[in-house]
Design a protein around this ligand. Structure first.
Ligand SMILES: Cc1cc2nc3c(=O)[nH]c(=O)nc-3n(C[C@H](O)[C@H](O)[C@H](O)COP(=O)(O)OP(=O)(O)OC[C@H]3O[C@@H](n4cnc5c(N)ncnc54)[C@H](O)[C@@H]3O)c2cc1C
Length: 468
């Protein structure tokens, strides 16, 4: 697609020349997200208001130019990548926290607000926003809505959709509308719920009303080192089986925890194989009781060490090790491909051993990082894209890991979405009928297929067969 001068001028008329990008060099940053997928956009715009977004959508419709909504570009399924060009509408400039209502415990946000900023601001009122993706220092609330994002603390609190009351949306026609209710759960058909997790294929989210929670009276964080991954996985299953639901149970295997320790000096013992990071929150007396119970359960699995965070500083350090682990893996090799699949918690131990077998078969290093409490695996395949053939090997290994997850009762994505990267695997989980129903749903919102085309839905020619 060539740059169309009249289209470019009309973009400038809507958002101003400072907020239209067409130079290839300046658009490189918009060519990819957190994955390896790439696609050069034809135009990038940074609108400052919902009205501008609406005008951009109407204009792109007139010219038949595809639209790709973009937040911070931290996505891990290629969702924000303009695979076949088109117009990127980035909500980065729309980043104001418009209101916090401490009485109702809600916040009204523009879609470009960074996740972590919500809890920072809400803490002034003793409140916080629960979903906390490990990328929360960078990702936007609009991106979280589009991906229905999770995070370490979603074990007890639930994922994004459980914390969103209402969203303002620009539909593919350019119409501005609200889904959901400001003060209560919505009645009637839940378009709010339908839009959340639609990965930018139903329109652009421009404002979000979130629920806030009261900060807990007491928080206790454990860092527990185990001799092997099976003990850590079985301890996870036993803790949840006992009826305790910690706010988080995170796991890092030997490769991941070694890299995390080198990056942070969080105090992970040198002889540790796998670590669990467990957090419990609530009233003081309940926490004391749960702490003792967790210690009892964990002791059955012969841990190397059970550490309790002595203070907030140490807790933050434990979390820095966990949330920074993907960056820390850069010490091993320059590239990683992060797989996102889930399995029933009881299958964790078996599936992790299968993942390790597959890694050996492909001759690649896999660092396993898990939201273990949710059975959400993130095998991180580490490689160097300069080594001929390794990128393809990493992608094939990722596909094989997803197949193992599905064969063991899991799903294709715990939180990162399907996007571009996983669409060919959809038939592993969904029948042709299922996929057609999803397409019909998309058709109701976007009959011209102008919003994020080429995502989620597989082209039937290049799909993987559903197991018989
Ligand atoms: C180091 C690292 C750790 C991560 N940890 C987690 C984690 O713990 N949990 C988790 O769930 N994810 C995690 N992610 C993935 C990612 O951060 C989330 O998917 C996040 O929600 C993406 O937000 P974003 O603003 O970067 O969206 P983008 O990457 O810009 O876009 C993602 C998708 O959302 C669409 N989109 C973006 N904004 C809008 C909008 N306003 N309206 C409509 N559609 C929109 C895009 O079209 C695209 O399909 C991690 C990523 C990294 C790099």
């Amino acid at each position: 697609m060539n740059i169309n001068q009249s289209f470019k001028q009309k973009l400038i008329d809507i958002v101003g020349s400072d907020y239209v990008i067409v130079d290839k060099q300046d658009m490189i940053v918009y060519e990819s997200d957190g994955t390896h997928d790439k696609g050069m956009p034809d135009y990038v715009t940074l609108p400052g208001s919902v009205e501008e977004v609406s005008k951009l959508v109407i204009l792109a419709n007139d010219y038949g130019i595809p639209i790709i909504a973009r937040g911070s570009g931290t996505g891990l399924s290629g969702g924000a990548v303009p695979i076949s060009g088109g117009l990127i509408i980035s909500v980065n400039r729309m980043n104001k926290i418009l209101n916090i209502d401490p009485e109702k415990a809600t916040a009204v946000l523009e879609a470009g607000v960074i996740n972590l900023e919500i809890s920072k601001k809400a803490s002034e009122y003793g409140l916080f926003y629960a979903p906390d993706p490990s990328s929360q220092q960078a990702c936007s609330i609009g991106g979280n809505v589009a991906e229905n994002s999770g995070g370490p603390h979603c074990l007890a609190y639930g994922v994004t959709t459980n914390h969103i009351l209402a969203i303002e949306v620009v539909l593919p026609t350019g119409e501005i509308t609200w889904f959901g209710e400001m003060n209560k759960e919505s009645s009637g058909i839940d378009f709010r719920g339908l839009f959340i997790g639609s990965e930018g294929t139903f329109g652009i989210c421009t404002k979000v009303v979130v629920k806030l929670l009261k900060q807990p009276e007491e928080v206790q964080t454990f860092l527990i080192a185990f001799n092997n991954i099976n003990d850590a996985a079985n301890a996870t299953t036993s803790i949840i089986g006992s009826g305790i639901i910690p706010s988080a149970i995170e796991m890092m295997d030997r490769t991941a925890s070694k890299a995390a320790e080198e990056g942070t000096n969080a105090g992970i013992p040198e002889n540790s194989d796998t670590v669990l990071l467990i957090e419990i929150e609530g009233f003081k007396e309940d926490i004391k009781e749960q702490e003792l119970l967790i210690k009892d359960i964990v002791n059955e699995f012969d841990p190397i060490e059970i550490k309790l965070a002595a203070n907030t500083k140490e807790r933050d350090l434990f979390w820095k090790a966990r949330k920074g682990v993907l960056g820390a893996l850069g010490r091993i090799a320059p590239n990683y491909f992060l797989v996102d699949g889930t399995v029933p918690r009881t299958k964790l131990s078996f599936v992790l051993s299968e993942v390790n077998k597959l890694a050996k078969k492909y001759g690649l290093i896999v660092a396993n990082v898990l939201h273990a409490g949710d059975g959400n695996l993130h095998p991180c395949i580490i490689f160097d894209q300069q080594t001929p053939g390794d990128t393809q090997k990493a992608l094939s290994l990722g596909g094989d890991i997803l197949k193992v997850c599905v064969e063991n009762g899991g799903v294709l994505s715990g939180e990162h979405g399907i996007g571009y990267e996983k669409k060919e695997y959809m038939p592993l989980l969904f029948s042709e009928n299922d996929i057609n129903y999803m397409k019909e749903m998309k058709n109701i919102f976007d009959s011209k297929n102008n919003f994020n085309p080429g995502k989620i839905f597989p082209e039937m020619s290049d799909t993987i067969e559903q197991p018989k």
